[in-house]
Design a protein around this ligand. Sequence first.
Ligand code: DGJ
Length: 330
Amino acid sequence: MRKAVFQLAGLFLFTLMAAIPSIAVPGTIKPGEPWLDDRGQQIQAHGGGITFWKGAYYWFGEDRSQTNDPDKRYVACFSSRDLVHWKFRRQVIALSDPEHLGPRWVLERPKVFVNSRTHKFVLYAHFDDARYKLARVMIAVSDRIDGDYHYVKSFRPLDQESRDIGQFVDDDGSAYLIFESRPTKGFFIAKLTDDYMGVEKTAFIQAPLEGGAIVRYGNLYYVIGSHMTGWRPNPDVFATAPSLAGPWTEFKDIAPPEANTYNAQSTMLLKIAGSKKSTVIFMGDIWKPKELWDSRYLWMPLDMQNGSMHLPPPQSWQLNVKTGEATILK
Ligand code: DGJ
């Protein structure tokens, strides 16, 4: 009964704040805590990414709900104007094994790109068999940002093995797929072709990392990634370069290595370019491999200056998406 009253009160507050954004008190991001959507359910957007579209943020990720059909793979979409309060839009993918890969086939780390030429929304994801031997990406396309994404094809980008993928959209709108390729002991940054149905080589970074993400901040590109320890956390590292083609610096830790990225693994670097400043958010997953549905999120504003990047210890914080200011609460 008490739980129902709390859920109802939460729903009421969410609706009120969505309706009157100008009086809304800034919401608080609480890394590691259950993050509830407008229905009061834990957000299912693991290994995810954010797409900004017509004034709103859309969060896409793996939907690992316990109620899902175990033979299908799901991607959920949530929307928000403040990056704190998220409205569940729908499961944009509920896909039955399209290439007969067998039970425990894999669809991970979905990312959605908006193609302004074709007016299509193009979803890339890591596509694999149970033993992660296929090592491909898959593409699914929709006419609406939160519409049904229809499976189109799977392939190895640049004919290379591809496992973890990441997404980067540069300030000029150019869109890139980041993909990890084990035999080459490094990862690729590959520009999407005009129709976004394929990629072309842009750069290769000789570092065997996964969970790859890139952001442009000031005059530099920053790349981040984790080492390869399956679902177990390890110390994420970063490097910088004046252009995507490099030269890239040596990789350095983003936090004290013994903290193991505070049990998280990178999935995206999200830049909020506000009226007063730009803040880059580290978006990470705190995986719970045995209960993936209960995996948590670690989002924190990064401390970045002149080529350095530091992830502060997780604490509650607030963000003003208009000014770009982030305040870590003491
Ligand atoms: C690490 C990857 O980053 C995750 O997305 C997932 O593929 C796990 N490995 C599986 O072990």
